[in-house]
Design a protein around this ligand. Sequence first.
Ligand code: ADP
Ligand code: MG
Length: 675
Amino acid sequence: MSRIHLLSEEVASQVAAGEVVERPASVVKELVENSIDAEAKRVEVLIRRGGISLIRVVDDGTGMDRSDALLCLERHATSKIRTGHDLAAIMTLGFRGEALPSIASVSRFQLSTRERSALAGTEVIVHGGKIETVRDGGDAPGTQIEVRSLFYNLPARRKFLRTETTEAHHVEHQLHLQAIGHPDVGFVFVQDDRTVYQLPPTNHLLDRIRDLCGPALAGELLEAHEFESAGLRIRGFLGRAGVSRSTRQQQLVFLNGRAIENTTVSHGLREGYHTALMKGQHPVTFLFIDMDPAAVDVNVHPAKREVRFRDGASIRDALIETVRRTLESDRDAWSRTFHSAPSAAPAFARSAATSLPMQETPALIPEDEQTALRHDWTKLPLYPAEKRGAESVPDVSARRSEIVEPEAEAFISAPAEDLPAAIKPASRGIFGSPSAPASIAPAPAERADDAGTSSYAIGAPTPPAETPAAKPAAPAVEEKDNKTDFKILGVLGKLYVLMENASGLVLVDQHAAHERILFEEMLQRMETQGVPTQRLLLPITLQVPPKDADWLTRHLPELQRAGLGVEPFGPGTFKIDALPTFLRGDAAQVLRDIIDDLRETSATQTSKLRLGEEMIAKTVCRHAVKANDYLREPELVRLIQDLLACELPYCCPHGRPTMIQISYNELEKKFGRKA
Ligand code: ADP
Ligand code: MG
């Protein structure tokens, strides 16, 4: 007896609808995409009760004639592709010809449409997939679709819907994506008879972002450094370093105008931000990738949320480069605000500042003294104060803070390998001069009680003479104003350094700042000289679960390069006989932490650099200046200088901000001087 039968058209549609129509937000997505494909300039979306009771989308697009209005309700009816060939060249949002019949099969559906030039339009009423009425109608040119009682004929489906509020949020998010993706289209959103927003069409993405997300978010964005190569173009806006969210809701990426979710893209973005992003946080992006549609498969997911790239690696690399360059240019812009502090301040602010007792502010340090200062950073027992050798801290308290900072700019624009060692940030840091790697050793005994810093070896100071020699060799930097000009006003709560710069007040978290400095120094050091390791007196063995063993085995070479002496020692067992010098503590625990931390972050790609970064970031925190450490002025000055010389000065290696700028503008608003 035969058991197989063909499903009725109605049931087949309902089955298909399961894929496309998950909830009210999916209906909104499909309808709005259709409107945009129909060249609408204005789309109005109305929902009632989270879209469960009513969704109405009205557009001023091309409209349809009567036969199309009927045909569009058939499955696999589309005006957007004709042959399989066309699948490789899709520039429209839709192409599957499934949305309308699917939606109409699970709701009370009404379509009114009129072509622009037609005298009369068409109205079609469908209930649960059955056409009930076809008549003249559709007064305005364009298309209006009403979807009532979603899933009224599929109670099981309806039960899966969440509360009206939740469904409304999903709709809102969906519309948000469409509105950002298509700034040239005006959007009106009405929810339960309340107009939530009316967005005018615009040619400027940032205007749309501001209209939709508010000026605060818009102010945290940087225009992405435009990438263009081999038919791939990336543009848009990116959150500044340190700007992040705990969800991906604001990580918007559009591929040929379609909002997509794609792990290659997420990884590329994360990698680009790397230490500018807090752990577990996601970047804020409004990025538009435009590429040859043949190089990407958008037909992977029924709702077309996911895509598959033919050459994922190049997309990822392009994204990394875009993010890095964007952050880098922001860093330049930021450091410029430290170049002419007092002059840019409003007059009243300046006079107030000068009338306050400012003798404590550090002053112009002659270049020779300054070099000593800079290169001795590590020689100075940083904290506590009473331990400092007076000879290494020039008395600068009576002068103005105008510190010549010739290296910073050179460093940014030059590839590190080409720079003389003496002007690389790392070379003046904690490890001492590169010619003295032996200085990486357990801390001198006299400092053993200094828990916060003692595990760091303090390098031999770089001879000051190296700096002048190195300078002319630096690649030509235009004769810019290379001075960092800032004024340290004081320290708040033994943690926050208060400073004045061109834009106003800057608060620096001294602990986070020091973390960033140490981090970059150690990283640089690691890249140029490899990782100093220390053999364990007694090698230990570690037993790990199979999935960890697998991860370890695959990443052994990277781990070994990063200074971890680890090798297989029987099934599921590993032997550790050396650790990087900067890692302290129980070797087994260290390795376990590394596995836990890195397995997720590097699920797809573990670069040697990234591994090293993660390890360093983990350790610097413990060794950086503590919140309550009292820093004397010359040390503060140096801390700030070193921070400003960092590649990514405004956040610590964990992505927390190191500095907060409070502009004169904000202050004036707060004090009611400005509306
Ligand atoms: P697809 O968008 O994949 O082609 P749909 O089921 O969403 O499939 O729509 C079917 C067809 O109906 C579209 O190809 C288009 O020609 C037409 N259509 C749908 N919505 C509109 C609209 N708002 N304005 C004009 N034409 C529309
Ligand atoms: Mg469609």
